[in-house]
Design a protein around this ligand. Structure first.
Ligand code: HEC
Length: 116
């Protein structure tokens, strides 16, 4: 898959999976939707925080009450997660894609996989 096709894949996945809760690419920030371009996870030169957030979500039982992001580890492949990150970095931050391979996402996935 070439870079442009990967980016289109990331864009579609973002709108299908994330945009209901996050920004929709419009210029008006909404209090109820986090603007991902303001999030440090996307600005880091390495994607670990971004990948771990998507795999494991935010909040939940035992955490302080507040809005929750569900774990998406079963909904997205390693390639999907990188494609979304690449799409967001390019379209929102005008940054290059992360210099990582899929196996690095797989490592984070396995390192944080919940007990069966
Ligand atoms: C059901 C709603 C929901 C969906 C769907 C969702 N998120 Fe989130 N997301 C949240 C909430 C709530 C937070 C935590 C509050 C915040 O950071 O504004 C969050 C936080 C984040 C953060 C910041 C984490 C941090 O530690 O600062 C990132 C990055 C993120 N989401 C990316 C995504 C991506 C990418 C997708 C799609 C694959 C996605 N989210 C889907 C609700 C959602």
């Amino acid at each position: 898959m070439n870079a442009r096709a990967a980016n289109e894949h990331g864009r579609k996945l973002y709108y299908a999976t994330c945009a209901s809760c996050h920004d929709d690419g419009d210029s008006t920030p909404l209090a109820t939707r986090s603007e991902l371009m303001l999030n440090s996870a996307l600005w880091y030169p390495w994607p670990n925080n971004f990948v771990l957030t998507v795999l494991n979500g935010v909040g939940g039982p035992g955490d302080a009450p507040g809005p929750i992001m569900p774990p998406l580890r079963n909904a997205l492949s390693d390639r999907d997660i990188l494609a979304i990150g690449d799409y967001l970095r390019q379209s929102r931050l005008n940054r290059p894609t992360w210099p990582v391979e899929r196996y690095q996402v797989d490592r984070l996935r396995r390192a944080t996989s919940p007990p069966q």
